[in-house]
Design a protein around this ligand. Structure first.
Ligand code: NAD
Length: 494
């Protein structure tokens, strides 16, 4: 690490936050900086008893004043949390960069501001939430009034991944808190720091003890499994791998616990010959390589109409070769490392598999050599490949790295067929200058989100989530408020 990183990384160390108290109970594990492999922190691993203490603290909070809190109080709390994160903006950026290795510019422009915005957005949404009421005729002619009140689910488990640690945690914590739930959150073992800092912010806002708890640890056989299989959990909100979703759903089935799942993707982009060529290339560079391809929404399959196929591949490969890959704090860095040594092994395994399956590599395909401390980090090249068959594993399985396969298509119907040929259904991008085509094709794509001439443009009020193996349920706006609350019908005889 350079000096700046060392000083900026000297922030909060990961600790559990249970019943309003910070602690480091349990054996500890190292937090590794992916840009050079150095140790930047040490987190405690929660065992079953520690997780149980957090769940009990949450249950107690619901039985106390938190259970009686008003929407107005909770909206004010969310605004205070947003202000609290904003007041420690640089510290949050440093924590996220230290744990993920992502470019500082990305943490500064996306991760942290978007998290702040999320808390403010859910304060607005909860405040504006409307209910329907019905007058119902009765035999005596007096009638009845029916209306709906929303109760919190109760104690909710929130399990988050490592790619956008605070941002994805906030997308669940904000709606869960504003609807009055008590939370036990578990961040990824790779990126535990910003969740602890969020707990500090929430603590300083004076939230009732136990209403928000954080436990650290791993997934299967550790804190994640202890939490999601706990008998006193009323709902599980999870973002992560589809396989992990299956394991959590199995555990949740024992208690019939409701689940909300945001899972993996193998997202297609369709580029038609009538598209703005440069915009489509730039959009695909962003959608394939942002955050080193480690966003569930990233494009891994690109289908290009044949007349522009060769030019598109050449332009995309040229941009990929020239992306600046490097240290998080270097001003010109566009792409950082992958999140961990294990994840790099997985991604490089797919780079080799692609070759074995007969891919032609147009850019990247390996590991950059820097000749300095970065060689101990977890970097890979931005990679563009072509030539694989429709059933190649590289084309079907989620890689979650900076690699995309580009294939040609000849007509609109085939393009839609190719895009839909996936076990996943999270997000698609459509590049065309034809309005008619955009409206014709978008609803035929089996994806929870379809972007036309853009990528990753998100409005908090819109539904977010995936079809098929990409998820269960929707987040975003009222969809999240609905998941974290139970509608109750009140019928008043007049
Ligand atoms: P992961 O499933 O390995 O881990 C996610 C979280 O689940 C971590 O906190 C982990 O400790 C925990 N976990 C792992 N096994 C568990 C178990 N058996 N029981 C309970 N908890 C367990 O995922 P990851 O590697 O952190 O993230 C990458 C994956 O997340 C990719 O598949 C990506 O597509 C997906 N993702 C999806 C979205 C979305 O919104 N759809 C967003 C980001 C990431």
């Amino acid at each position: 690490m350079n000096e700046q990183e060392t000083s900026e990384a000297a922030h909060t160390q990961p600790r559990h936050y249970i019943g309003g108290q910070f602690s480091d109970t349990g054996t500890s594990f190292d937090v590794i900086h992916p840009a050079d492999g150095s140790v930047v922190g040490c987190a405690p691993e929660a065992d079953a008893a520690t997780v149980d203490a957090a769940v009990q603290a949450a249950r107690a909070a619901l039985l106390g004043p938190w259970g009686q809190s008003s929407v107005e109080e909770r909206c004010a709390l969310l605004r205070a949390i947003a202000d609290g994160i904003e007041a420690r903006f640089d510290e949050f950026v440093a924590a996220e960069v230290a744990d993920t290795g992502k470019p500082e510019s990305l943490a500064r422009s996306v991760d942290i501001p978007r998290s702040i915005e999320t808390f403010r957005a859910y304060a607005d949404l909860a405040w504006a939430r409307s209910e329907r009421a019905f007058t119902t005729p009765t035999p005596d002619g007096a009638g009845a009034l029916n209306y709906t009140v929303h109760r919190p689910r109760g104690v909710v488990a929130i399990v988050a991944p490592w790619n956008l640690p605070l941002l994805l945690l906030s997308l669940k914590v904000a709606p869960a808190l504003v609807t009055g739930n008590a939370i036990v959150a578990k961040p990824s073992e790779l990126t535990p720091t910003s969740a602890t800092m969020l707990a500090e912010v929430i603590h300083d806002c004076g939230l009732v003890e136990g209403a928000f708890n954080v436990v650290h640890g791993f997934g299967g056989g550790s804190a994640g499994a202890h939490l999601t299989s706990h008998p006193d959990i009323d709902a599980v909100a999870f973002t992560g791998d589809s396989g992990t979703g299956r394991a959590i759903m199995g555990a949740a089935a024992e208690q019939l616990t409701p689940v909300s799942f945001e899972l993996g993707g193998k997202n297609p982009a369709l580029v038609f010959a009538d598209a703005d060529f440069d915009a489509a290339v730039e959009g695909t560079v962003r959608s394939a390589f942002t955050n080193a391809g480690q966003i569930c929404l990233c494009t891994e399959r690109v289908y290009v109409e044949r007349p522009i196929f060769d030019d598109f591949v050449a332009a995309l490969a040229d941009r990929a070769k020239n992306l600046s890959v490097g240290r998080p704090y270097d001003a010109d860095t566009w792409m950082g490392p992958l999140a961990s040594a294990d994840h790099r092994s997985k991604v490089l395994g797919y780079y080799r598999l692609a070759e074995q399956e007969g891919a032609k590599i147009h850019a990247g395909g390996g590991v950059p050599v820097f000749g300095d401390e970065r060689d101990s980090g977890f970097f890979v090249d931005p990679t563009v490949i072509t030539g694989l068959s429709r059933d190649a594993r590289t084309v079907r399985e989620e890689i979650f790295g900076p690699i995309c396969h580009v294939a040609p298509f000849d007509d609109e119907a085939t393009a839609v067929e190719l895009a839909n040929e996936s076990a996943f259904g999270l997000a698609a991008s459509l590049w065309t200058s034809s309005l008619s085509r955009a409206h014709r094709v978008a609803p035929r794509l089996q994806n929870g989100i379809v972007w036309v001439n853009c990528w990753n443009l998100r409005d908090h009020r819109t539904p977010f989530g995936g079809l098929k193996a990409s998820g269960i349920g929707r987040e975003g706006g009222e969809y999240s408020l609905d998941f974290f609350s139970e509608p109750v019908n009140v019928c008043v005889k007049l």
